[in-house]
Design a protein around this ligand. Structure first.
Ligand code: HEM
Length: 409
């Protein structure tokens, strides 16, 4: 394969602002390489082609094997059962079981509850006029929404979070997987799978009207899921709250940096909250890349690929391709929100939880600006390097607060 430019993902500084570097490479080359040698797809049209599941398909356990995980490792077992690695009839079978529960209509029904949780989190901070936006708001909000949605009791939420505390499984797909991350991820995923099996056992004993019971019955009564698929589906859904948190934190940062756009959202949240969410997704995707592989030997993007060759589809690069987006480096919540980005993927594996994520992010941003005015970022916002899920190191915000009814504090 011809020489391709290398994206300096091994440089910690790259992660602070990858976009000018990606633009410069994208302007002169259709493809690039990661420092590991994986071909990266940079442009919008190519990214859509690579994701739509025809020539390229989802990567399976190979991606983890490249990162040093071996058969028998808990992460390897987990990945083998994950919906994201399935194709064809198996994929449709597992997907359809969760899809109805995650429909847009159902998720829109959660909005009043999302607003109540958002207001309750802000009530605790409003008088202080300052908060750590990730820890105090962006992370707990999706967790509470998930707890209600899955039908977890408070003690079940706490115990479900415990095994994964401090390790983000998504990072095992990222560019810098170390021995200690492998060890921690294997231990965490094993503890989490054991815990999930116990949760299902509880629902078998005392069924409820919740998603866990629905899934366990799909397995036991209709044989629609294997035990491994049952356990993995729960952790995939449960763990996805971290991506929602990433978008909420990024959205708060971008709004704090642009008081005029925060004011627009504050004046008419019903009109602008959708744009605020879609623009944050486009501008700062939570998942920075999706791994695919060539389904057969083929020529694509002016290159020859052997069957099974892995590629990395860089969502953040495609989302800022000037061939598809007008003035892509500008954050602008007034863009038409019907023109969506690639941040939830596209094609057969498009994110199943997009309606939940959108409802949570939209309400989170709207409630925040309704309750908090004159938002100011304290210190410098920095991004954690070498991760797959875009994350701020922290985000301290100061603001002038209002009580839920509108009075300033
Ligand atoms: C802003 C938050 C979120 C973002 C940015 C996001 C992004 C993504 C992306 C990029 C994919 C992979 C698409 C591909 O492989 O082609 C995905 C898949 C998936 N997401 Fe999300 N996600 C978010 C929230 C959620 C939530 C809240 C849930 C569950 C309630 C969820 C459940 C899933 C599932 C089950 C899949 C696998 C779908 C399949 O393979 O068929 N996601 N998501």
């Amino acid at each position: 394969m011809a020489d391709l430019p290398t994206i300096p993902m091994d440089d910690p500084d790259y992660w602070q602002d990858p976009y000018p570097i990606l633009r410069e490479i994208r302007d002169r080359s259709r493809l690039a390489r990661t420092p590991e040698g994986i071909v990266a797809v940079l442009r919008w049209d190519d990214a859509v082609d690579a994701l739509k599941g025809e020539d390229f398909v989802a990567e399976g356990v190979e991606v983890l094997e490249r990162k040093g995980f071996r058969p028998g490792d808990p992460m390897h077992t987990w990945r083998k059962n994950a919906i994201g690695t399935m194709e064809g009839a198996d994929h449709r079978r597992v997907r359809s079981l969760a899809a109805a529960a995650l429909s847009k209509r159902r998720m829109d029904g959660l909005r009043p509850l999302i607003r109540r949780h958002a207001n309750a989190l802000l009530d605790a901070k409003i008088e202080a006029g300052e908060l750590e936006a990730r820890l105090d708001y962006a992370l707990p909000l999706p967790r509470r929404v998930m707890m209600d949605f899955l039908g977890l009791a408070a003690d079940e939420l706490a115990s479900s979070q415990k095994p994964m505390a401090g390790v983000n499984i998504v990072d095992c797909f990222g560019p810098n997987v170390t021995e200690s991350l492998r060890r921690e991820a294997n231990a965490a995923i094993q503890a989490s799978m054991d815990h999930t099996a116990r949760l299902y056992a509880r629902r078998r004993e005392s069924p409820r009207d919740d998603l866990l019971t629905h899934l366990v019955q799909a397995r036991d009564e209709h044989g629609q899921l294997s035990e491994g698929e049952l356990v993995t589906l729960f952790s995939t859904i449960f763990g996805s709250g971290a991506s929602t948190a990433s978008i909420i934190a990024s959205g708060l940062l971008e709004l704090a940096r642009r008081p005029e756009q925060a004011a627009l959202l504050r004046r008419d949240p019903e009109r602008w909250k959708r744009g605020a969410c879609e623009e944050t997704l486009r501008y700062r995707p939570a998942i920075t890349a999706v791994g695919q592989k060539a389904g057969s030997g083929l020529r694509a993007f002016d290159h020859e690929f052997e069957a099974g060759t892995p590629i990395s589809v860089l969502l953040g690069s495609a989302n800022r391709d000037a061939a598809h987006w007008e003035d892509p480096e500008r954050f602008d919540l007034t863009r038409d929100p019907r023109k969506t980005s690639l941040s939830f993927g596209i094609g057969p594996h498009v994110c199943l939880g997009h309606a939940m994520a959108r409802a949570t992010v939209e309400e989170a941003l709207a409630v925040f600006v309704e309750r908090c005015d004159e938002i100011e970022v304290l210190g410098e916002a920095r991004w954690i390097p070498f991760v797959m899920e875009n994350k701020l190191e922290g985000l301290r915000l100061r603001f002038r607060g209002r009580e839920a009814g509108g009075a300033s504090t």
